[in-house]
Design a protein around this ligand. Structure first.
Ligand code: NAP
Length: 471
Protein backbone atom coordinates (compact mmCIF):
# COMPACT_ATOMS: atom_id res chain seq x y z
CA UNK A 1 0.00 0.00 0.00
CA UNK A 2 1.33 3.40 -0.97
CA UNK A 3 1.75 6.10 1.71
CA UNK A 4 1.68 9.71 0.79
CA UNK A 5 4.75 11.86 0.72
CA UNK A 6 2.52 14.90 1.05
CA UNK A 7 1.32 14.08 4.55
CA UNK A 8 2.33 16.29 7.44
CA UNK A 9 3.20 14.31 10.56
CA UNK A 10 1.82 16.66 13.22
CA UNK A 11 1.99 13.86 15.75
CA UNK A 12 4.90 11.76 14.46
CA UNK A 13 4.44 8.00 14.32
CA UNK A 14 6.85 6.33 16.72
CA UNK A 15 9.94 4.74 15.23
CA UNK A 16 8.87 1.35 16.61
CA UNK A 17 5.81 1.34 14.28
CA UNK A 18 5.71 -1.65 11.99
CA UNK A 19 5.68 -0.36 8.38
CA UNK A 20 3.65 -3.47 7.50
CA UNK A 21 0.78 -2.19 9.64
CA UNK A 22 -2.12 -1.25 7.42
CA UNK A 23 -2.68 2.46 6.90
CA UNK A 24 -6.27 3.66 7.14
CA UNK A 25 -7.74 7.10 6.59
CA UNK A 26 -10.44 9.07 8.40
CA UNK A 27 -12.08 12.17 6.96
CA UNK A 28 -13.23 14.47 9.75
CA UNK A 29 -11.62 15.11 13.10
CA UNK A 30 -14.87 15.48 15.07
CA UNK A 31 -16.21 13.30 17.89
CA UNK A 32 -16.64 10.09 15.95
CA UNK A 33 -13.47 10.57 13.91
CA UNK A 34 -11.39 10.92 17.06
CA UNK A 35 -13.01 7.98 18.93
CA UNK A 36 -12.75 5.68 15.93
CA UNK A 37 -9.15 6.80 15.38
CA UNK A 38 -8.25 5.95 18.96
CA UNK A 39 -9.71 2.44 18.63
CA UNK A 40 -7.96 1.87 15.28
CA UNK A 41 -4.58 2.91 16.70
CA UNK A 42 -5.14 0.61 19.71
CA UNK A 43 -5.93 -2.24 17.31
CA UNK A 44 -2.54 -1.76 15.60
CA UNK A 45 -3.44 0.26 12.48
CA UNK A 46 -1.58 3.32 11.20
CA UNK A 47 -3.86 6.25 10.64
CA UNK A 48 -3.97 9.40 8.58
CA UNK A 49 -6.66 12.06 8.95
CA UNK A 50 -8.09 14.20 6.18
CA UNK A 51 -9.21 17.56 7.54
CA UNK A 52 -10.21 21.02 6.33
CA UNK A 53 -7.87 22.49 8.93
CA UNK A 54 -4.84 20.18 9.01
CA UNK A 55 -2.82 22.52 11.24
CA UNK A 56 -5.49 23.39 13.79
CA UNK A 57 -7.81 20.42 14.14
CA UNK A 58 -7.41 20.01 17.89
CA UNK A 59 -6.08 17.07 19.91
CA UNK A 60 -6.04 13.76 18.02
CA UNK A 61 -5.16 10.26 19.25
CA UNK A 62 -1.38 9.95 19.71
CA UNK A 63 0.39 8.19 16.84
CA UNK A 64 -1.86 9.56 14.09
CA UNK A 65 -0.97 11.84 11.20
CA UNK A 66 -2.90 14.61 9.50
CA UNK A 67 -2.46 14.99 5.76
CA UNK A 68 -2.13 18.42 4.19
CA UNK A 69 -5.33 17.94 2.25
CA UNK A 70 -8.22 15.54 1.76
CA UNK A 71 -6.70 14.59 -1.62
CA UNK A 72 -3.41 13.61 -0.03
CA UNK A 73 -5.17 11.65 2.72
CA UNK A 74 -7.39 9.86 0.19
CA UNK A 75 -4.38 8.84 -1.88
CA UNK A 76 -2.56 7.35 1.07
CA UNK A 77 -5.06 4.62 2.08
CA UNK A 78 -7.35 2.05 0.52
CA UNK A 79 -9.95 2.24 3.27
CA UNK A 80 -11.42 5.62 4.18
CA UNK A 81 -13.87 6.28 7.01
CA UNK A 82 -16.05 9.26 6.25
CA UNK A 83 -16.79 10.83 9.67
CA UNK A 84 -18.50 13.91 8.25
CA UNK A 85 -22.20 14.84 8.28
CA UNK A 86 -24.14 14.19 5.07
CA UNK A 87 -24.78 17.91 4.48
CA UNK A 88 -21.04 18.34 3.81
CA UNK A 89 -20.57 15.46 1.34
CA UNK A 90 -20.35 17.80 -1.68
CA UNK A 91 -16.58 18.32 -1.29
CA UNK A 92 -16.12 14.62 -2.12
CA UNK A 93 -17.12 15.17 -5.76
CA UNK A 94 -13.80 16.92 -6.39
CA UNK A 95 -12.00 13.87 -4.94
CA UNK A 96 -13.49 11.45 -7.49
CA UNK A 97 -10.10 10.58 -9.08
CA UNK A 98 -8.40 9.95 -5.70
CA UNK A 99 -11.31 7.86 -4.41
CA UNK A 100 -11.58 5.63 -7.50
CA UNK A 101 -11.44 1.98 -6.44
CA UNK A 102 -11.19 2.90 -2.73
CA UNK A 103 -13.46 1.60 -0.01
CA UNK A 104 -15.35 4.50 1.59
CA UNK A 105 -17.15 3.73 4.85
CA UNK A 106 -20.24 5.86 5.45
CA UNK A 107 -20.86 6.15 9.22
CA UNK A 108 -23.49 8.87 9.01
CA UNK A 109 -26.89 9.14 10.67
CA UNK A 110 -29.68 11.65 10.26
CA UNK A 111 -31.51 13.68 12.86
CA UNK A 112 -34.94 12.57 11.60
CA UNK A 113 -36.41 9.74 9.57
CA UNK A 114 -37.10 10.40 5.87
CA UNK A 115 -35.14 13.66 5.97
CA UNK A 116 -33.77 12.90 2.50
CA UNK A 117 -35.35 11.00 -0.39
CA UNK A 118 -32.49 8.47 -0.48
CA UNK A 119 -30.21 6.94 2.15
CA UNK A 120 -26.99 8.83 2.91
CA UNK A 121 -24.85 5.91 1.74
CA UNK A 122 -26.74 5.64 -1.58
CA UNK A 123 -26.40 9.40 -2.07
CA UNK A 124 -22.65 9.06 -1.39
CA UNK A 125 -22.31 6.23 -3.90
CA UNK A 126 -23.91 8.46 -6.56
CA UNK A 127 -21.48 11.31 -5.72
CA UNK A 128 -18.41 9.09 -6.02
CA UNK A 129 -19.40 6.28 -8.41
CA UNK A 130 -15.81 5.02 -8.75
CA UNK A 131 -15.53 4.24 -5.01
CA UNK A 132 -17.03 1.25 -3.18
CA UNK A 133 -19.29 2.63 -0.48
CA UNK A 134 -19.97 0.49 2.59
CA UNK A 135 -22.42 1.57 5.29
CA UNK A 136 -21.08 0.61 8.74
CA UNK A 137 -20.43 1.72 12.34
CA UNK A 138 -23.38 4.16 12.32
CA UNK A 139 -25.21 2.29 15.09
CA UNK A 140 -22.31 2.84 17.52
CA UNK A 141 -21.88 6.10 19.37
CA UNK A 142 -18.56 7.91 19.72
CA UNK A 143 -18.79 7.14 23.43
CA UNK A 144 -19.31 3.42 22.79
CA UNK A 145 -16.35 3.33 20.43
CA UNK A 146 -14.14 5.05 22.95
CA UNK A 147 -15.09 2.60 25.69
CA UNK A 148 -14.57 -0.43 23.51
CA UNK A 149 -16.85 -3.34 22.75
CA UNK A 150 -16.65 -4.85 26.24
CA UNK A 151 -18.57 -1.91 27.71
CA UNK A 152 -20.86 -1.16 24.83
CA UNK A 153 -22.76 -2.57 21.92
CA UNK A 154 -20.77 -5.43 20.37
CA UNK A 155 -22.35 -5.50 16.95
CA UNK A 156 -21.38 -3.62 13.82
CA UNK A 157 -24.03 -3.76 11.09
CA UNK A 158 -22.81 -3.23 7.56
CA UNK A 159 -24.12 -3.27 4.02
CA UNK A 160 -22.67 -2.56 0.60
CA UNK A 161 -22.79 -3.62 -3.01
CA UNK A 162 -19.28 -5.04 -3.30
CA UNK A 163 -18.32 -8.15 -1.36
CA UNK A 164 -14.54 -7.41 -1.25
CA UNK A 165 -15.23 -3.93 0.12
CA UNK A 166 -17.52 -5.33 2.83
CA UNK A 167 -14.89 -7.95 3.68
CA UNK A 168 -12.24 -5.26 4.17
CA UNK A 169 -14.53 -3.31 6.54
CA UNK A 170 -15.61 -6.50 8.32
CA UNK A 171 -11.95 -7.44 8.95
CA UNK A 172 -11.26 -4.04 10.50
CA UNK A 173 -14.39 -4.21 12.68
CA UNK A 174 -13.45 -7.72 13.83
CA UNK A 175 -9.93 -6.51 14.72
CA UNK A 176 -11.54 -3.79 16.83
CA UNK A 177 -13.36 -6.54 18.74
CA UNK A 178 -16.82 -6.17 17.22
CA UNK A 179 -19.11 -8.82 15.82
CA UNK A 180 -20.06 -8.08 12.24
CA UNK A 181 -23.61 -8.48 10.99
CA UNK A 182 -23.86 -8.25 7.19
CA UNK A 183 -27.23 -6.75 6.19
CA UNK A 184 -26.77 -7.20 2.43
CA UNK A 185 -26.59 -4.59 -0.33
CA UNK A 186 -26.54 -0.80 -0.03
CA UNK A 187 -30.34 -0.76 -0.34
CA UNK A 188 -30.39 -1.79 3.35
CA UNK A 189 -28.61 1.47 4.27
CA UNK A 190 -31.89 3.32 4.92
CA UNK A 191 -32.89 0.73 7.52
CA UNK A 192 -29.47 0.96 9.20
CA UNK A 193 -29.68 4.76 9.24
CA UNK A 194 -33.17 4.62 10.77
CA UNK A 195 -32.26 2.17 13.52
CA UNK A 196 -30.45 4.65 15.86
CA UNK A 197 -33.54 6.90 15.64
CA UNK A 198 -35.87 4.29 17.08
CA UNK A 199 -37.21 4.91 20.55
CA UNK A 200 -37.95 1.57 22.27
CA UNK A 201 -40.08 0.23 19.38
CA UNK A 202 -40.67 -3.13 21.12
CA UNK A 203 -41.79 -1.44 24.32
CA UNK A 204 -44.60 0.72 22.90
CA UNK A 205 -47.45 -1.78 23.25
CA UNK A 206 -46.37 -3.05 26.71
CA UNK A 207 -45.92 0.53 27.93
CA UNK A 208 -49.33 1.63 26.64
CA UNK A 209 -50.95 -1.38 28.28
CA UNK A 210 -49.13 -0.73 31.55
CA UNK A 211 -50.11 2.93 31.65
CA UNK A 212 -53.73 2.12 30.70
CA UNK A 213 -54.12 -0.67 33.27
CA UNK A 214 -52.38 1.27 36.04
CA UNK A 215 -54.51 4.37 35.43
CA UNK A 216 -57.74 2.36 35.29
CA UNK A 217 -57.12 0.34 38.46
CA UNK A 218 -55.74 3.32 40.37
CA UNK A 219 -58.88 5.30 39.63
CA UNK A 220 -61.01 2.26 40.45
CA UNK A 221 -59.47 1.73 43.91
CA UNK A 222 -59.49 5.46 44.71
CA UNK A 223 -63.24 5.60 43.96
CA UNK A 224 -64.04 2.38 45.84
CA UNK A 225 -61.83 3.01 48.88
CA UNK A 226 -61.17 6.72 49.41
CA UNK A 227 -64.19 8.39 47.80
CA UNK A 228 -66.61 5.73 49.07
CA UNK A 229 -65.32 6.16 52.67
CA UNK A 230 -65.68 9.93 52.39
CA UNK A 231 -69.17 9.92 50.87
CA UNK A 232 -70.70 7.08 52.88
CA UNK A 233 -68.85 7.30 56.22
CA UNK A 234 -67.47 10.90 56.23
CA UNK A 235 -64.00 9.44 56.82
CA UNK A 236 -60.86 10.90 55.22
CA UNK A 237 -58.55 8.01 54.41
CA UNK A 238 -56.85 9.73 51.48
CA UNK A 239 -53.41 9.07 53.09
CA UNK A 240 -53.86 5.43 52.03
CA UNK A 241 -53.31 6.40 48.41
CA UNK A 242 -49.53 6.50 48.84
CA UNK A 243 -48.92 2.97 50.14
CA UNK A 244 -52.08 0.87 50.57
CA UNK A 245 -53.68 1.73 47.24
CA UNK A 246 -50.39 1.68 45.35
CA UNK A 247 -49.77 -1.75 46.82
CA UNK A 248 -53.18 -2.86 45.56
CA UNK A 249 -52.58 -1.61 42.02
CA UNK A 250 -49.04 -3.01 41.52
CA UNK A 251 -49.88 -6.71 42.04
CA UNK A 252 -53.07 -6.34 39.97
CA UNK A 253 -51.20 -4.89 36.98
CA UNK A 254 -48.40 -7.41 37.43
CA UNK A 255 -50.74 -10.42 37.39
CA UNK A 256 -52.71 -9.17 34.39
CA UNK A 257 -49.52 -8.42 32.45
CA UNK A 258 -48.14 -11.88 33.27
CA UNK A 259 -51.30 -13.53 32.00
CA UNK A 260 -51.14 -11.33 28.87
CA UNK A 261 -47.75 -12.95 28.13
CA UNK A 262 -49.46 -16.32 27.84
CA UNK A 263 -52.79 -15.34 26.31
CA UNK A 264 -51.48 -14.80 22.72
CA UNK A 265 -49.87 -18.28 22.73
CA UNK A 266 -53.23 -19.76 23.68
CA UNK A 267 -55.04 -17.74 21.01
CA UNK A 268 -52.49 -18.90 18.43
CA UNK A 269 -53.06 -22.53 19.46
CA UNK A 270 -56.86 -22.09 19.19
CA UNK A 271 -56.44 -20.54 15.72
CA UNK A 272 -54.25 -23.41 14.58
CA UNK A 273 -56.77 -25.93 15.91
CA UNK A 274 -59.70 -24.24 14.20
CA UNK A 275 -57.82 -23.78 10.89
CA UNK A 276 -56.34 -27.30 11.04
CA UNK A 277 -52.95 -26.02 9.87
CA UNK A 278 -49.95 -24.06 11.07
CA UNK A 279 -49.19 -22.73 7.59
CA UNK A 280 -51.67 -19.83 7.63
CA UNK A 281 -50.39 -16.49 8.91
CA UNK A 282 -51.68 -15.17 12.21
CA UNK A 283 -53.40 -11.77 12.12
CA UNK A 284 -50.92 -8.88 12.39
CA UNK A 285 -52.13 -7.81 15.83
CA UNK A 286 -51.50 -11.31 17.19
CA UNK A 287 -48.02 -11.39 15.63
CA UNK A 288 -47.20 -8.03 17.21
CA UNK A 289 -48.57 -9.16 20.57
CA UNK A 290 -46.50 -12.37 20.50
CA UNK A 291 -43.35 -10.41 19.64
CA UNK A 292 -43.62 -8.24 22.76
CA UNK A 293 -44.16 -11.05 25.28
CA UNK A 294 -40.69 -10.59 26.78
CA UNK A 295 -41.34 -6.89 27.40
CA UNK A 296 -44.77 -7.67 28.92
CA UNK A 297 -43.09 -10.16 31.25
CA UNK A 298 -40.37 -7.70 32.29
CA UNK A 299 -42.90 -4.97 33.08
CA UNK A 300 -44.90 -7.51 35.04
CA UNK A 301 -41.75 -8.49 37.00
CA UNK A 302 -41.02 -4.82 37.72
CA UNK A 303 -44.53 -4.34 39.17
CA UNK A 304 -44.24 -7.57 41.18
CA UNK A 305 -40.94 -6.27 42.63
CA UNK A 306 -42.64 -3.00 43.61
CA UNK A 307 -45.39 -5.03 45.31
CA UNK A 308 -42.74 -6.93 47.31
CA UNK A 309 -40.99 -3.71 48.38
CA UNK A 310 -44.26 -2.01 49.37
CA UNK A 311 -45.30 -5.09 51.34
CA UNK A 312 -42.00 -5.08 53.23
CA UNK A 313 -42.55 -1.53 54.49
CA UNK A 314 -46.03 -2.26 55.87
CA UNK A 315 -44.88 -2.96 59.48
CA UNK A 316 -43.01 0.37 59.74
CA UNK A 317 -45.94 2.49 58.57
CA UNK A 318 -47.22 5.04 61.07
CA UNK A 319 -50.84 4.01 60.43
CA UNK A 320 -50.13 0.30 61.03
CA UNK A 321 -48.10 0.94 64.20
CA UNK A 322 -50.83 3.29 65.50
CA UNK A 323 -53.59 0.75 64.81
CA UNK A 324 -51.67 -2.11 66.47
CA UNK A 325 -50.92 -0.03 69.56
CA UNK A 326 -54.55 1.19 69.75
CA UNK A 327 -55.99 -2.35 69.51
CA UNK A 328 -53.52 -3.71 72.10
CA UNK A 329 -54.23 -0.88 74.55
CA UNK A 330 -58.01 -1.22 74.19
CA UNK A 331 -57.76 -4.99 74.75
CA UNK A 332 -55.68 -4.41 77.91
CA UNK A 333 -58.18 -1.80 79.14
CA UNK A 334 -61.12 -4.07 78.52
CA UNK A 335 -59.15 -7.09 79.77
CA UNK A 336 -59.97 -8.95 76.58
CA UNK A 337 -57.92 -11.42 74.49
CA UNK A 338 -58.57 -12.62 70.99
CA UNK A 339 -58.60 -16.39 70.52
CA UNK A 340 -56.01 -17.84 68.16
CA UNK A 341 -57.64 -18.53 64.78
CA UNK A 342 -55.99 -21.56 63.17
CA UNK A 343 -57.87 -21.11 59.89
CA UNK A 344 -56.65 -17.53 59.67
CA UNK A 345 -53.09 -18.68 60.44
CA UNK A 346 -53.27 -21.27 57.64
CA UNK A 347 -54.80 -18.79 55.25
CA UNK A 348 -52.27 -15.99 55.81
CA UNK A 349 -49.25 -18.34 55.85
CA UNK A 350 -50.40 -20.01 52.61
CA UNK A 351 -51.04 -16.60 51.07
CA UNK A 352 -47.55 -15.32 51.94
CA UNK A 353 -45.91 -18.60 50.99
CA UNK A 354 -47.54 -18.59 47.52
CA UNK A 355 -46.50 -14.96 47.08
CA UNK A 356 -42.86 -15.67 47.95
CA UNK A 357 -42.78 -18.81 45.75
CA UNK A 358 -44.43 -17.02 42.84
CA UNK A 359 -42.00 -14.11 43.08
CA UNK A 360 -39.01 -16.49 43.27
CA UNK A 361 -40.12 -18.27 40.09
CA UNK A 362 -40.85 -14.91 38.48
CA UNK A 363 -37.25 -13.82 39.16
CA UNK A 364 -36.02 -17.03 37.56
CA UNK A 365 -38.08 -16.26 34.44
CA UNK A 366 -36.65 -12.73 34.33
CA UNK A 367 -33.06 -13.93 34.74
CA UNK A 368 -33.43 -16.58 32.04
CA UNK A 369 -34.66 -13.93 29.59
CA UNK A 370 -31.36 -12.00 29.86
CA UNK A 371 -29.44 -12.52 26.59
CA UNK A 372 -26.28 -13.61 28.46
CA UNK A 373 -28.28 -16.40 30.16
CA UNK A 374 -30.64 -17.37 27.34
CA UNK A 375 -27.66 -17.67 24.95
CA UNK A 376 -26.22 -20.56 26.96
CA UNK A 377 -29.55 -22.41 27.21
CA UNK A 378 -30.65 -24.91 24.59
CA UNK A 379 -33.97 -24.15 22.89
CA UNK A 380 -35.60 -26.92 24.94
CA UNK A 381 -34.24 -25.56 28.22
CA UNK A 382 -35.35 -22.04 27.33
CA UNK A 383 -38.86 -23.09 26.37
CA UNK A 384 -39.10 -25.31 29.49
CA UNK A 385 -38.34 -22.32 31.72
CA UNK A 386 -40.42 -19.77 29.83
CA UNK A 387 -43.40 -22.03 29.15
CA UNK A 388 -43.68 -24.71 31.86
CA UNK A 389 -42.20 -22.67 34.72
CA UNK A 390 -43.98 -19.62 33.34
CA UNK A 391 -47.40 -21.27 33.61
CA UNK A 392 -46.48 -22.55 37.07
CA UNK A 393 -45.61 -18.98 38.08
CA UNK A 394 -48.90 -17.73 36.70
CA UNK A 395 -50.76 -20.48 38.56
CA UNK A 396 -49.03 -19.77 41.88
CA UNK A 397 -49.50 -15.99 41.59
CA UNK A 398 -53.19 -16.47 40.70
CA UNK A 399 -53.61 -18.84 43.65
CA UNK A 400 -51.91 -16.22 45.86
CA UNK A 401 -54.58 -13.72 44.77
CA UNK A 402 -57.43 -16.21 45.40
CA UNK A 403 -56.04 -16.78 48.92
CA UNK A 404 -55.94 -13.01 49.42
CA UNK A 405 -59.63 -12.80 48.55
CA UNK A 406 -60.55 -15.99 50.46
CA UNK A 407 -64.29 -15.71 51.21
CA UNK A 408 -64.60 -11.96 50.68
CA UNK A 409 -66.67 -12.60 47.56
CA UNK A 410 -69.44 -14.00 49.81
CA UNK A 411 -69.75 -10.79 51.83
CA UNK A 412 -72.14 -8.17 50.52
CA UNK A 413 -70.04 -5.39 52.13
CA UNK A 414 -67.25 -6.19 49.64
CA UNK A 415 -69.38 -4.86 46.78
CA UNK A 416 -69.17 -1.15 47.52
CA UNK A 417 -71.57 0.77 45.30
CA UNK A 418 -72.34 -2.60 43.64
CA UNK A 419 -68.80 -2.87 42.24
CA UNK A 420 -66.62 -5.96 42.74
CA UNK A 421 -63.31 -5.56 44.60
CA UNK A 422 -60.33 -4.85 42.32
CA UNK A 423 -58.66 -8.20 43.08
CA UNK A 424 -61.73 -9.97 41.64
CA UNK A 425 -61.47 -8.02 38.38
CA UNK A 426 -57.78 -8.84 38.08
CA UNK A 427 -58.47 -12.57 38.43
CA UNK A 428 -60.58 -12.71 35.24
CA UNK A 429 -57.77 -12.84 32.66
CA UNK A 430 -55.33 -15.15 34.52
CA UNK A 431 -58.15 -17.56 35.45
CA UNK A 432 -59.32 -17.65 31.81
CA UNK A 433 -55.75 -18.24 30.59
CA UNK A 434 -55.18 -21.09 33.05
CA UNK A 435 -58.54 -22.68 32.21
CA UNK A 436 -57.89 -22.51 28.47
CA UNK A 437 -54.40 -23.93 28.98
CA UNK A 438 -55.89 -26.87 30.90
CA UNK A 439 -58.31 -27.48 28.01
CA UNK A 440 -55.41 -27.40 25.54
CA UNK A 441 -53.59 -29.96 27.68
CA UNK A 442 -56.46 -32.49 27.40
CA UNK A 443 -54.92 -35.49 25.61
CA UNK A 444 -57.30 -35.37 22.61
CA UNK A 445 -56.68 -31.62 22.06
CA UNK A 446 -52.95 -31.78 22.82
CA UNK A 447 -52.44 -34.68 20.39
CA UNK A 448 -54.13 -32.81 17.56
CA UNK A 449 -52.23 -29.59 18.26
CA UNK A 450 -48.90 -31.45 18.35
CA UNK A 451 -49.68 -33.05 14.97
CA UNK A 452 -50.55 -29.65 13.48
CA UNK A 453 -47.32 -28.18 14.83
CA UNK A 454 -45.40 -31.07 13.26
CA UNK A 455 -46.79 -30.11 9.85
CA UNK A 456 -50.03 -32.13 9.59
CA UNK A 457 -52.88 -30.33 7.79
CA UNK A 458 -56.60 -31.02 7.87
CA UNK A 459 -57.91 -31.79 4.39
CA UNK A 460 -59.93 -28.82 3.17
CA UNK A 461 -63.45 -30.13 2.21
CA UNK A 462 -63.68 -27.36 -0.45
CA UNK A 463 -60.50 -28.69 -2.08
CA UNK A 464 -62.03 -32.17 -2.22
CA UNK A 465 -65.20 -30.86 -3.89
CA UNK A 466 -63.13 -28.90 -6.42
CA UNK A 467 -61.01 -31.95 -7.22
CA UNK A 468 -64.08 -34.19 -7.74
CA UNK A 469 -65.60 -31.56 -10.07
CA UNK A 470 -62.42 -31.50 -12.14
CA UNK A 471 -62.17 -35.30 -12.52
P1 NAP B 1 -18.74 16.38 14.41
O1 NAP B 1 -18.15 16.25 15.78
O2 NAP B 1 -19.53 17.58 14.09
O3 NAP B 1 -17.56 16.28 13.35
C1 NAP B 1 -17.79 16.35 11.99
C2 NAP B 1 -16.49 16.67 11.29
O4 NAP B 1 -16.76 16.83 9.91
C3 NAP B 1 -15.88 17.98 11.72
O5 NAP B 1 -15.06 17.82 12.86
C4 NAP B 1 -15.10 18.40 10.52
O6 NAP B 1 -13.78 17.85 10.57
C5 NAP B 1 -15.83 17.74 9.37
N1 NAP B 1 -16.55 18.77 8.60
C6 NAP B 1 -17.42 19.67 9.08
N2 NAP B 1 -17.85 20.46 8.09
C7 NAP B 1 -17.25 20.03 6.96
C8 NAP B 1 -17.30 20.46 5.61
N3 NAP B 1 -18.05 21.49 5.22
N4 NAP B 1 -16.54 19.79 4.72
C9 NAP B 1 -15.78 18.78 5.10
N5 NAP B 1 -15.68 18.33 6.38
C10 NAP B 1 -16.42 18.96 7.29
O7 NAP B 1 -19.63 15.14 14.07
P2 NAP B 1 -19.48 13.65 14.60
O8 NAP B 1 -20.27 13.50 15.83
O9 NAP B 1 -18.05 13.23 14.62
O10 NAP B 1 -20.25 12.86 13.43
C11 NAP B 1 -19.63 12.60 12.19
C12 NAP B 1 -20.49 11.61 11.43
O11 NAP B 1 -20.57 10.42 12.20
C13 NAP B 1 -21.91 12.12 11.20
O12 NAP B 1 -22.35 11.71 9.94
C14 NAP B 1 -22.71 11.38 12.28
O13 NAP B 1 -24.04 11.14 11.86
C15 NAP B 1 -21.94 10.07 12.36
N6 NAP B 1 -22.10 9.41 13.68
C16 NAP B 1 -21.76 10.08 14.82
C17 NAP B 1 -21.90 9.43 16.04
C18 NAP B 1 -21.52 10.10 17.34
O14 NAP B 1 -21.70 9.50 18.41
N7 NAP B 1 -20.97 11.30 17.31
C19 NAP B 1 -22.39 8.12 16.08
C20 NAP B 1 -22.70 7.46 14.90
C21 NAP B 1 -22.54 8.13 13.69
P3 NAP B 1 -12.53 18.73 10.10
O15 NAP B 1 -12.67 20.05 10.79
O16 NAP B 1 -11.36 17.94 10.53
O17 NAP B 1 -12.63 18.86 8.61
Amino acid sequence: MQTTTASVPLCPVSSEDDPEQELLCIFGTGDLGRSLGQRLIQAGYRLVYGSRRPHSCGPLPPGTQVATSHEAAAQSAQLIFLCVHREHYDFLESLTPQLKGKVVVDVSNNLKRDLYPEANAEHLQRLIPGAHVVKAFNTLSAWALQNGPSDANRQVYLCGNRTEAKQAVAETATKLGFTVVDRGSLSAARELEDSPLQLFPDWRLPMRLTVGLTAFFFLYVVIRDVIYAYVEQRKDISFRIMVSLANKVFPIVSLIMLSLCYLPGIMAACLQLSRGTKYKRFPDWLDRWMLCRKQLGLVSLAFASLHVLYTLIIPIRYYVRYRLAAITISQIRENKTTAFDTTMAWRTDSYYSMGVLGFGLFLLLGISSLPSVSNILSWREFSFIQSKLGYLTLFICTFHTYLYGWDKFLHLASYKWFTPPSYMLCLIVPSAVLLLKMLLLLPCVDKRLTRIRQGWERADPEDGTRKSLLT
